[in-house]
Design a protein around this ligand. Structure first.
Ligand code: IPE
Ligand code: IPE
Ligand code: MG
Ligand code: MG
Ligand code: MG
Length: 260
């Protein structure tokens, strides 16, 4: 669990929790818990995504994947336990969240990583391997497998604030949905354009394993254009949030301009 969680990783989902929470004046102590919980879920998803039964990858964050460093059973169990740990953190008595906030955040996270979110998207991704998808179908895969957890990071961060409003939730939802999709479009692009060294995971793995990706479906140039358009829409959606959007703007730029 430590091997796959504590070293490396860009911490994009944690940063999103802070950026969104701070935009609404949430206390850092609450955001720490939620950011840690979401990174545990993310680390679990990577361990399982790399398993031989899934993407069968040997390199992650510049190191051997969990099942290579240990063994498959350990990798499955480490992932299972990281997911449980995330909900233990959210439910803990000493995490500075109110009971209502804990309950709402747990519900948002559970939905985002389950059947209607990440796990559902991972199933669709696997079912689509070696198949043809329409653009709408590929968008659904990406929204679920990657976008859902990213959206939950933004909403859960906002839920840590006592100034959470439905209008802020609507604006942040659009921001997060646009960015969540952009994140996976860029992940697909980097699999083609970046090196294994830069990525810390094997580049070209999608094509080698017959994954349906944005570059494969619409080409690299259109994929870049789509990411730029989604970035622009994400930024525009922040208008109702007020003046503290600096970190939300910075992380949006990081997500589309990243090289790994
Ligand atoms: C990789 O996510 C998996 C996807 C959902 C595309 P990241 O690119 O955020 O991975 P780390 O945490 O930085 O290693
Ligand atoms: C991963 O998508 C999505 C999840 C881990 C839920 P990918 O399979 O494209 O991620 P990488 O490229 O292996 O990081
Ligand atoms: Mg995968
Ligand atoms: Mg993968
Ligand atoms: Mg990928």
């Amino acid at each position: 669990m430590r091997y796959s969680t504590l070293e490396g990783g860009k911490r994009v989902r944690a940063i999103l929790v802070y950026a969104s929470g701070l935009a609404l004046g949430a206390p850092l102590a609450r955001l720490d818990t939620v950011a840690a919980a979401i990174e545990c879920i993310h680390a679990y998803s990577l361990i399982h995504d790399d398993l031989p039964a899934m993407d069968d990858d040997a390199l992650r964050r510049g190191k051997p994947t969990n099942h290579i460093a240990f063994d498959e059973a350990t990798a499955i169990l480490a992932g299972d336990a990281l997911q449980a740990l995330a909900f233990e953190l959210i439910a803990s008595e000493s995490n500075h969240l109110t009971d209502a906030q804990s309950r709402k955040i747990a519900a948002v996270l559970a939905r985002a990583c389950g059947r209607d979110g990440m796990v559902g998207g991972q199933q669709r991704d696997i079912d689509a391997t070696g198949q043809q998808l329409t653009r709408e179908q590929l968008e659904q895969v990406h929204r679920e497998k990657t976008g859902a957890l990213i959206r939950s990071a933004v909403i859960a961060g906002a839920l840590c604030s006592d100034q959470f409003t439905e209008s802020a939730e609507r604006a942040l939802s659009i921001y997060a949905e646009k960015l969540g999709l952009a994140f996976q479009v860029i992940d697909d692009v980097l699999d083609v354009e970046s090196s294994t060294e830069q990525l810390g995971k094997v580049s070209g793995a999608d094509a080698a394993s017959g994954k349906v990706t944005y570059p494969e479906l619409i080409g690299l140039e259109e994929s870049h254009k789509l990411a730029t358009k989604l970035h622009q829409q994400a930024i525009e959606s922040l208008a109702p949030i007020g003046d503290n959007t600096q970190y939300l703007l910075e992380v949006a730029e990081l997500i589309v301009k990243r090289k790994h």
